[in-house]
Ligand binder design. Sequence first.
Ligand code: FAD
Length: 409
Amino acid sequence: NSASIESEGAVSIKDSEHLFQEINDRLSVRLHDLVQTDFFKYYKLNLFKECPFWIENGQCVNEACAVETIDESNVPEMWRSNVLGALQTSASGSLFQPFKSCEFREQDFCVVEDENDRDGTYVDLLDNPERFTGYAGPSAGRIWKSIYEENCFNMVDRMDSKSNLPGMTLVNLDKYAALRPNIQDQIEIEVDDTCFEKRVYYRLISGLHSSISIHICNEYLNQTTGVWGPNYDCFNKRIVPYPERLQNTYFGYVVLLRAISKMSDYLKNYEFCTGHTEQDAQVKSMVTDLVNTATSCPGTFDEKLMFSSPNSRILKEEFKERFRNVSRIMDCVGCDKCRLWGKLQVSGLGTALKVLFSYDDEFFNPKVNPNLLTRTEIVALFNAFNRFSESLKIVKEFRELYKRVNVNS
Ligand code: FAD
């Protein structure tokens, strides 16, 4: 009865939709301005890693699938391979990585793009907007199916099911409060053997999926006229009939927001270094302003409620492994532009999970741990947050338009 679980989570987010839109009204402009800056618009990634799970031969040949890369001479000098390479080989350099051959650090929830990767390429994210590309069919379907199938927490499901009662029952909502902000009481809901963490995994993926669909519908190519613009049939087909999927996008937004709030001190003291003093000072002040606004918003997600059961250690490892697999699956996406945004957003969500679940609050002391996150992780986190924020804004605009059309007709 997974439907009951979905609606149980959906009610709380639905009740809070208005609140999230208000929060987003305050944050979206700031985020939009921030991702225009050099520090946040340049992202280095390896777009051409082999798909580790199957032979992917569904390459999208549409022009819209292509990624515009940039020559390294266009990015700040300190990020170029020759400079990073020199730093990396010196044990006193800040980027010295003695364990570079490992794919993950213990705390990582995803594959983190490596700025030292010689096969990596820089892209200017502003040159490559996430929008309709025409990538669809069995290749795209297989990716989504594989990602949802990662949501199979076998071992934990079996353990967790012992402690749950089937059918309608009174449960203490402590465990569910992270999905139900502001409701701390007991309430009658249906429970089954789906554990809370598994639902969180599903909701993050489904929220990302809806957010991508929203961007596709909002920036659609009319293939007859060649004009880009919103496609309302697309919204009516993909978004409107599935409110619970849309609520999952709000959920993803809330998780990203909480991660940024949790490390507010760290971010306010981070050196946003491009080598251009004036610009760097401006980025720092923009981030500070954004973070202050984020922390002044009401708390909406309490990560301490996750991984709090007796099985939490195993569950957390399994959750991490599942999420890491999602980032590996991104290498199988058969459209370069979709792969770029898929990788970046999974990395952004993975960074948020790492912030929330790998470190206690005191770790985010910038004086003690200045290099806790890489530039790539910070860029991915804020750009993913901006994508979700744009989705919320698009939904709001779409609703207002829908109301106007219905009033006038
Ligand atoms: P799909 O979106 O492929 O969905 C497949 C099935 O999943 C649906 O039939 C439905 O049962 C289920 N489903 C759909 N949405 C949800 C949800 N939110 N929660 C739970 N279940 C759901 N295309 C572009 O044009 N531009 C892009 O930038 C782009 N980026 C992509 C990035 C990734 C990582 C992937 C895997 C695909 C991307 N695509 C992109 C393709 C796009 O997501 C769709 O797959 C494609 O448009 C075909 O859509 P569809 O309507 O057939 O259903």
